[in-house]
Design a protein around this ligand. Sequence first.
Ligand SMILES: Cc1ncc(COP(=O)(O)O)c(C=O)c1O
Length: 381
Amino acid sequence: MGASAIREILKVVSSPGMISLAGGIPAPESFPLEIMEELTARVIRRFGAAAFQYDLTEGYFPLRKALVDLLAKRGVAATPGQIHISSGSQGVLDGLGKILIGPGDIVAVEAPTYLGAIQAFNPYEPKYVCVETDGGGVVPESLEEVLDRHPVKFVYLVPTFQNPTGRTIPLERRRRIAQIAIERGALLVEDDPYSALRYRGNPEPTIRSFAPENVVYASTLSKTFAPGLRIGFFLAPAPLDRWLVLGKQGVDLHTSTFNQALAAEYMGGGYLERQLPRIIDLYRPRQEAMLDAMDRFFPSSYSWTHPEGGMFIWAQGPAGTDTERLYHEAVKRNVAFVPGRYFYTEESAGQATMRLNFTMSDETTLGRGIETLGGVLREYA
Ligand SMILES: Cc1ncc(COP(=O)(O)O)c(C=O)c1O
């Protein structure tokens, strides 16, 4: 599903002089390198050999305990025993594929959706049906129709600062979506890696908080600590949680104990509380710089999202635009982005769209990148 093409794009972006708006990863400056030695010493002092031993598949208990408060702040009530750890949130997406999808089973996804989820599900050979989206994310009437017409195994959603669009589902729709799931006995997967990266506005409650028996809630420390540590976490209704544990046992027994212990100290020791505002202060001006430059340099025939957080802006050109062609032109001028069609499960969808990432460059570079890209768009408009 376009994975090889994306890999090609990511190869191109590492060439010298390239301004990449294509990546989807956190800025290395957002990692709290200066406290890593201290954290490591604390882990060794506090947990000793236990931090280096095999551990439970469900997750290292001190981390599960530390996550209770973080989830409570998102309105998700959970005991440590209900919180499970995965190797990144990607780990639980694969686990869900493994235990829920057989060949030909139907998975409902947003159009467009997160490519990594499609990559996680594809080996289990599902068929996809698309739920319509608009500026407020998933359209509830479309979700109802999809659930009424198809035997859907589960619905995969990224409700907050979605990858790739940056869109957030507003409160009333979240309630409605939860109600639809409850009424139809449907299972939703709420993938939430970005909600902590909020630059403006008020947080929205999770869909899980309205329908805990119908929602698997997955999140991660990849954007607020360090993605290389691979710490994800999730809550799943019983008996799915048990099946996910059994599935994970056969894959990696458990996520790295040491990394989980680091994460437990990062949260429990108050480091996350201090680091998160720094990450937000790093990204907020970058996002503003990108949006300002788009206002100045993009043709008026284009429209784009104005997310209150996350890592992406999604732009849409006029009918007939082929952003893949524009991509090749932009790369010749040393700017890269991801053509939007890769985020759709349907072949011909999204030709006029593009995903722009603002976390990986400083404001000046982003401004220059958007000015150059705007020039390409105007020439080919
Ligand atoms: C929507 C979404 N889900 C999951 C992930 C995977 O994150 P993790 O590093 O926790 O595996 C990403 C990463 O970009 C993402 O955008």
